[in-house]
Design a protein around this ligand. Structure first.
Ligand code: FES
Length: 167
């Protein structure tokens, strides 16, 4: 069913947090603190369908001051280099990744995998085998719209040092 489909072009992003679930994300809702979102598309009858039937569709959104988001983030798939969307599903064993309490990027609560959301969610610590996948988005007024499938990259690097050597 459509609630299990992956994010599709044209889907809008809505809040995933229970108190606001289904409310469209506004760019002004976002900051350097993680906001979780679901893609929402249309059902067969034209009604809105939040695609939360597949837990792999959960997304992590951030908004950073201009210039802070750099490669390997695909800047063309962000909003003005400031707003970025990633899969929130840890590439190690699928836990939902959160903000690190130390303020240094994202940390997975399960086995302490760490990612840098300003650098394409490259792995900066722990066991994850590859970065969190970026989802291409654009602005639509105050809101956010999906523009393509998750970005498939060859990921010739896993950890920070390998990315530094690769780039
Ligand atoms: Fe995230 Fe293991 S599931 S580090």
């Amino acid at each position: 069913t459509r609630d299990k489909m992956p994010p599709l072009k044209g889907d809008i992003l809505v809040h995933a947090e229970e108190s606001k679930e289904g409310q469209p994300i506004k760019i002004s809702d976002l900051s350097d603190q993680l906001v979780r979102a679901w893609p929402m598309g249309k059902g067969e009858d034209g009604s809105n369908v939040i695609r939360k039937g597949d837990p792999n569709n959960i997304l992590a959104l951030y908004r950073f001051p201009k210039g802070q988001i750099v490669a390997p983030t695909v800047l063309e798939a962000t909003v003005d280099g400031e707003v970025v969307a990633y899969s929130d599903v840890c590439t190690h064993a699928g836990c939902s990744v959160a903000d690190s309490e130390q303020g240094d990027g994202m940390k997975c609560p399960c086995h302490s995998g760490q990612y840098d959301p300003k650098r394409g969610c490259v792995v900066i610590g722990g066991p994850p085998p590859r970065p969190l996948t970026q989802l291409p988005i654009k602005a639509d007024g105050e809101g956010l719209v999906v523009t393509d499938f998750f970005i498939k990259m060859p990921y010739p690097y896993q950890h920070e040092a390998e990315w530094e050597a690769f780039k």
